[in-house]
Write a protein that binds this ligand. Structure first.
Ligand SMILES: *[C@@H]1O[C@H](CO)[C@@H](O)[C@H](O)[C@H]1NC(C)=O
Ligand SMILES: *[C@@H]1O[C@H](CO)[C@@H](O)[C@H](O)[C@H]1NC(C)=O
Ligand SMILES: *[C@@H]1O[C@H](CO)[C@@H](O)[C@H](O)[C@H]1NC(C)=O
Length: 536
């Protein structure tokens, strides 16, 4: 229900043409966390039938920019400080293709127009304005590499670039050959994606004017760039400058840091999505899986060597192109520990809508579930993410944590211990079942007797001799994030209470009342007070 205040804002907005953006820099984005949305799938307008969305049908389910705006509380309450929305520009209009309808927004027809399916220009401005009123950033997905067609001889007049000479001639991509990946056409014979010639000077200057106006008109604070590695690298610096905001490119790949790192820097893009970390998180935390924490430690170290700036990389565990984490790994502790790592290491955390609801679809289209059947419940995963955002936002606000590099303290068969600034994170891949005799010993640089707090559950600990921290998993493998108690004083996290005394060489018992409110996996989750952690 729009309130009176909304209506006033709304009327006022309609009279405006330009929504001021924060013109956000990479440095400002490094302090954000992002919630990723496919506009069609996040929320329905009031009154719509909530039972009519089957991802398998590859068609629109009805989400709009207005319905995002009306449901921002759900995102902001989880501590996110930015959203990334799927492409906003006009898509293919025509009969359903063999691959369905362009509900996802990536089948660009005319970049010079908005996609009417998702609302009007004023709706988009109202979303931008509402985000800014909440001090949140708007990141918009754009497609520059290609347009969409239903044959290899399309009618070019319907595109923003209307002349055939502004496209590369049709050829199918030969994967692994960079030139072919950049100049040939994505897609296939049924839905070819004509490749825009981004070396053509008219194309380049038109794109510059286009992106400058789009960013200014809608108050866009950052861009996510689809298929960035399929465009000639030297196209990007000028484009980024014209945009005037932070840009993060999709450079799809695996654990190979070298090839992906080439796409960040003054001769390429300010940032890229962190596919190497994604691959390494799977390698380390998926259950059942390799549980190879060495691979994760190696990727972390290589990234610091090879990327220009790891603090602005886009970290993720899920997106609309890869399987849901819960499809790969059903044990919730696998997701919680990997999530805690992702929030506590270098980079900008990105959570794809639905991960907090344990969605478990595999590949496209099953990983594009509508969010509304979840009832926007505050699940344990939602609460864990909210906690991680709270801690991260606090650290960013009160320390220089965000600029400090993550160091690996320990790699073991049970998990990994890392340190970034003052924060020691001890993550495990043993999963939920309690394990007697299973522990993770981490040597920290802290002086013995330093008072630390596990900010996941407010348990207080004292550092042992020579800085040793020993985490036991007798109640299951939960994530542990330790901060010096002094750093938390006066803040909102784990304020001291008469009942939380230091516990030396032992663990505090849960109050019996706690057990009655926790359920199932939650009992093994972050808020359990039964965590078996002992400091010697
Ligand atoms: C773990 O990963 C490292 C680095 O990628 C690799 O050298 C090693 O062989 C892997 N170990 C296992 C058991 O797969
Ligand atoms: C993974 O996704 C596929 C396809 O959506 C589904 O059939 C399967 O049940 C999923 N697996 C899990 C563990 O959820
Ligand atoms: C772990 O040890 C405790 C106490 O010694 C015992 O009660 C419990 O059954 C053990 N659990 C497992 C999974 O071995």
């Amino acid at each position: 229900m729009p309130t009176f205040k909304h209506l006033v804002t709304w009327t006022f907005l309609a009279a405006q043409t330009v929504v001021p953006a924060f013109a956000a820099t990479a440095e400002e984005w490094s302090k954000r966390s992002i919630y990723q949305i496919i506009t069609d799938r996040f929320a329905l307008p009031p009154g719509a039938d909530p039972t009519q969305c089957n991802p398998g049908e590859h068609t629109w389910c009805g989400g709009t920019w207005n319905s995002i705006r009306l449901n921002l509380d759900y995102i902001q309450s989880a501590g996110f400080t930015a959203i990334w929305i799927s492409p906003i520009n006009q898509n293919y209009i025509g009969p359903k293709t063999p691959y369905g309808d362009p509900y996802h927004g990536y089948w660009i027809q005319d970049n010079s127009q908005l996609n009417a399916r998702f609302g009007t220009a004023d709706d988009l401005k109202a979303l931008s304005k509402e985000l800014h009123a909440r001090k949140m950033f708007l990141m918009v997905d754009i497609v520059v590499n290609n347009v969409m067609a239903t044959s290899t001889t399309p009618d070019y007049s319907k595109y923003m670039f209307k002349d055939k000479s502004m496209y590369h001639p049709y050829c199918p991509i030969h994967w692994g050959i960079p030139e072919s990946e950049q100049n040939c056409w994505f897609g296939d014979q049924k839905v070819p994606l004509p490749d825009v010639d981004t070396t053509n000077p008219t194309v380049v200057s038109t794109y510059h004017t286009w992106i400058r106006q789009l960013v200014q008109e809608y108050g866009i604070d950052g861009l996510r760039i689809d298929a960035a590695k399929h465009v000639n690298k030297d196209f990007w610096p000028g484009f980024v400058e014209a945009a005037g905001v932070f840009c993060i490119g999709e450079v799809y790949g695996g654990m190979e840091v070298d090839t992906i790192a080439q796409w960040q820097g003054p001769n390429a893009l300010p940032s890229v999505l962190n596919y190497p970390l994604y691959a390494a998180l799977k390698e380390a935390f998926v259950i059942p899986g390799n549980r190879n924490t060495t691979a994760l430690a190696e990727v972390l170290t290589q990234e610091q060597e090879k990327f220009v700036d790891t603090t602005v990389l886009g970290n993720f565990m899920e997106n609309h192109d890869v399987p849901r984490w819960h499809n790969l790994s059903v044990d919730p502790q696998s997701m919680y520990n990997a999530m805690a790592f992702m929030f506590m290491t270098d980079g900008i955390p990105i959570v794809y809508a639905g991960q907090e609801q344990y969605f478990s679809g595999n590949s496209d289209p099953w990983n594009r579930e509508p969010l509304w059947p979840s009832g926007y419940a505050k699940t344990p995963a939602y609460e864990l993410i909210a906690r991680l955002n709270l801690v991260r936002n606090y650290l960013i606000h009160s320390t220089d944590w965000v600029t400090r590099p993550t160091d690996v303290l320990t790699v073991s068969e049970n998990g990994i211990g890392v340190m970034k600034g003052p924060v020691v994170s001890i993550l495990t891949n043993i999963g939920s079942p309690p394990r007697n005799g299973s522990s993770l010993a981490v040597q920290s640089p802290y002086q013995s007797s330093t008072a630390l707090v596990d900010v996941m559950n407010c348990r207080q600990f004292v550092v042992g001799s020579d800085g040793w921290l020993d985490v036991e998993y007798t109640k299951g493998g939960v994530a542990t994030i330790l901060l010096p108690r002094d750093l938390l004083s006066g803040g909102p996290i784990c304020p001291p209470s008469p009942n939380s005394q230091n516990v030396k060489g032992g663990q505090k018992q849960a109050s019996s009342g706690m057990k009655t409110v926790v359920l199932g996996e939650w009992a093994l989750g972050l808020l359990t007070l039964l965590t078996g952690i002992m400091m010697w």
